[in-house]
Design a protein around this ligand. Structure first.
Ligand SMILES: Cc1cc2nc3c(=O)[nH]c(=O)nc-3n(C[C@H](O)[C@H](O)[C@H](O)COP(=O)(O)OP(=O)(O)OC[C@H]3O[C@@H](n4cnc5c(N)ncnc54)[C@H](O)[C@@H]3O)c2cc1C
Length: 413
């Protein structure tokens, strides 16, 4: 046992400093209130303080930081999207992630693994070529590889997929990575708090206050707060907050489930996604296989897990990796995905002055944490949309300028 731990034990009280200075009392007013202490909310607070000098900021989190989708995702980071606006946006995020451990002074275990999106049909191969062209045009490292290269790159795979849907090739994206999700939330929280931001956990927003047609504060279960701007960054709870603000979006909430197996000897150092089979997996540093699939088929505001999910996922994963039939599932969980009709986020200013929205992150928003935080901070500081998020603006559904990211992958991660 380390000596330091023994000393703490003998003292009878834990004198260890807290990871970040926890705010106690709520003040009567702040310049900016951010609703949601997930990665996006904490990153936005950090960039408001460090890049724009706006430090009189409160992040209000109804539970604990990272307890929403940030702490429930399967941690895949990539930028091999289909649309130019998507590729530019996610590529900027990948680049920020690459230097984030140093910037936040915390080991995020950012691990570049390479990312294969398998194609099982001529149509899928055509989409992979399309994506590779768009990616390369924008300087993103993606290439189409043939069936033999897939076999060499992915140990243990059955290229015939049990005879059901043979693999024809794949889109290979070398920068594809995984990164510790809770460390991202805690790293941003500590760095934001060190720069003057207050992070209030167990503080639920229950209403949006307005005066003469603009936002002037929030109601919480700990009392009312005045503020100049409110930023909603609550992912799967978005409809509840937009309803409080009198705004309507096409977002619908679907559960998204994932699971991990018992640990096995490291064999897979890459990320594998099959859009046609609707499954994906990677191996964690502990040896567990981290696996997921598409969202559940029906709208539901719930984080319950279901046996149907594991049964359907196992059926398809065993086709791809027959040896997994012998593995046991250790844990299973779910998050609430805020899905948009065009598989792209809704970001920036809204028709309600002083109210900013960062939502529609569905199954793909963890990888956007740094760029979403920084572009939203810029948008709030200047009260106009940052150019990178302009394609994702609130009113694109009323003037029919949808993004059409749907083709990027059937399993949208
Ligand atoms: C199983 C699963 C796998 C996923 N895999 C990936 C992946 O591999 N790669 C990827 O890029 N994305 C993935 N995602 C999506 C990703 O997790 C989310 O898009 C992203 O984490 C959203 O971050 P956020 O900070 O916006 O929201 P969250 O992390 O959900 O944070 C929102 C916070 O708001 C709080 N809140 C809600 N209402 C209130 C209120 N009234 N008052 C105060 N606080 C409130 C919640 O408690 C929550 O903590 C996955 C999601 C799931 C569920």
């Amino acid at each position: 046992m380390p000596l330091r731990l023994l000393k703490i034990g003998l003292r009878g009280a834990d004198k260890e400093p807290r990871f970040f200075p926890e705010a106690s009392e709520l003040r009567e007013s702040y310049d900016v209130v951010i609703i949601g202490g997930g990665g996006h909310g904490l990153a936005c607070a950090y960039y408001l303080a460090t890049r724009h000098g706006i430090r009189n900021v409160a992040v209000l989190e109804q539970g604990y930081i990272g307890g929403g989708n940030t702490g429930r995702n399967t941690t895949i980071v990539r930028s091999n999207y289909l649309t130019p606006e998507g590729v530019r946006f996610y590529d900027a995020s990948v680049r920020m992630f690459q230097g984030l451990s140093e910037e936040l002074d915390i080991n995020l275990f950012y691990s570049e693994r390479g990312h294969y999106t398998l194609a099982h049909s001529d149509e899928a191969m055509r989409t992979m070529r399309w994506r590779a062209e768009v990616n390369r045009h924008l300087d993103v490292d993606s290439q189409v590889v043939d069936r033999e290269a897939v076999g060499r790159g992915i140990p243990g795979i059955d290229l015939d997929c049990g005879g059901s849907q043979p693999v024809m090739g794949a889109l290979y994206h070398a920068p594809g990575a995984v990164v510790r999700h809770d460390a991202v939330a805690w790293g941003y929280a500590r760095a934001a708090a060190n720069n003057g931001v207050e992070v209030h956990q167990k503080t639920r927003v229950t209403g949006i206050k307005m005066d003469k047609g603009r936002v002037c504060g929030v109601a919480t279960d700990r009392g009312d707060i005045r503020c100049g701007a409110v930023v909603s960054m609550v992912a799967g709870s978005t409809p509840r907050i937009t309803e409080m603000a009198g705004l309507s979006t096409p977002i619908e909430i679907f559960p998204l489930q994932a699971c991990v197996t018992e640990p096995v000897k490291p064999f897979l150092d890459t990320i594998v996604v099959s859009g046609s089979l609707h499954v994906y997996l990677s191996q964690s540093s502990r040896g567990e296989l981290v696996m997921g699939a598409s969202v559940d088929p029906a709208v539901l505001h719930s984080t319950r897990s279901s046996f149907e999910f594991v049964e359907g996922l196992a059926d398809r994963i065993i086709d791809l990796f027959p040896f997994t039939a012998r593995l046991r599932i250790n844990r299973q969980w779910a998050g609430m995905s805020d899905m948009t009709p065009d598989f792209a986020p809704i970001m920036g200013t809204t028709p309600l002055p002083g109210f900013y929205l960062d939502a529609g992150w569905g199954t793909w928003g963890f990888k956007a944490t740094p760029i979403s935080g920084s572009t939203m901070a810029d948008t709030v500081a200047n009260d106009r949309n940052h150019e990178l998020i302009q394609p994702f603006r609130f009113d694109r559904f009323t003037d029919f300028q949808l993004v059409g990211e749907k083709g990027a992958a059937s399993v949208g991660h």
